[in-house]
Design a protein around this ligand. Sequence first.
Ligand code: APR
Length: 349
Amino acid sequence: MPLTIVRNDITKIKCDAVVNAANRHLAGGGGVDGAIHRAAGPELHRACLKLGGCRTGLAKITEGFNMPCKYIIHTVGPRWHGGGMHEAELLASCYRESLRLASEYECESVAFPLISAGAYGYPREEALHIAVSEISKFLLKNEMTVYIVVYDRECFKVSKKLMSDVTEYIDQHYVDEHFVNRQSAAMSNPSFISNHSPRMNRGMTGALLDAMASHEYGKRSFSAREEQGLEEMLASLDESFSQMLMRKIDEKGMTDAQCYKKANIDRKLFSKIRGNVNYKPSKPTVIAFAIALELSLEETKDMLMKAGFALSHSSKFDVIVEYFIRNRCYDVFKINEVLFSFDQLLLGG
Ligand code: APR
């Protein structure tokens, strides 16, 4: 997945470059800067001193030393002064400059902390938004895997209005998990059916369970005519997920790259899907393409069905996705911010 938000300690992430939220002296400090210096060892401090500091909004690079990465990119975020001191431009520049350096050093993967969102006091919601927006702009033109690493356990507050709208939608549409659990318990436990489900037809259910128990189920052999019928059905299967995807890309007048980049899918995965009509994608991958193609809810369900999935009101992930499609918001990165806030899988492949 080109852009992923993860909750972790950035010093534990294995990738080509880790970005440090440094100060202008590059002299080490607290927060993520302190953690990176401790993990990299004293040689990092010596290497930093040779760089002669760094201006706010710019970035410099060193080796990774004892960190599990080749490089550490040191960028200096702006202090938050209320928003009127070009903070947003400077913060955006930190991401651009760091990504430019990462590209120059041929990094295939980079991990960012939320620059300025700690000691420098930048409001987190806006800091995250700038991070996502600058990184996704970069990814439209470049191939790289980028992680935004969020450290704190505290749930991330994306736009309060958006969060409250999504929460309200979930409250209205999300089927209580306990109800679903009771149902699945009933399906997997015959005594539960007979004891707890008065509406269930015991005669029919009992016969089915008895048949399964006595191994009659599936024992009967097919006649030659039945086998031929099955072969004919298999020979005229419906359009596959991969075929539908390619058709929709053409119908929408998109290029392949426009589609997979908008879907937050990397080129290799897209090539696999294109090269194999029977490719079985994951559900977040299918939904990411449906969003990139700006499909209606019905079309999304159709595409999901081709891959063997459905949208269900007993899954928060599904309800959140449905909310965005109904509201015609087709920004995968925005949706991922919200999914992340609700601790759900992210869209992409
Ligand atoms: N992994 C990932 N994220 C972390 C980690 C970690 N190990 N430690 C802290 N963070 C998060 C914080 O929760 C915050 O969201 O990184 C974000 C940035 O916070 P700071 O490290 O305080 O960075 P910043 O706000 O840019 O302030 C920079 O702090 O330590 C000093 O020398 C640094 O003076 C500079 C200033």
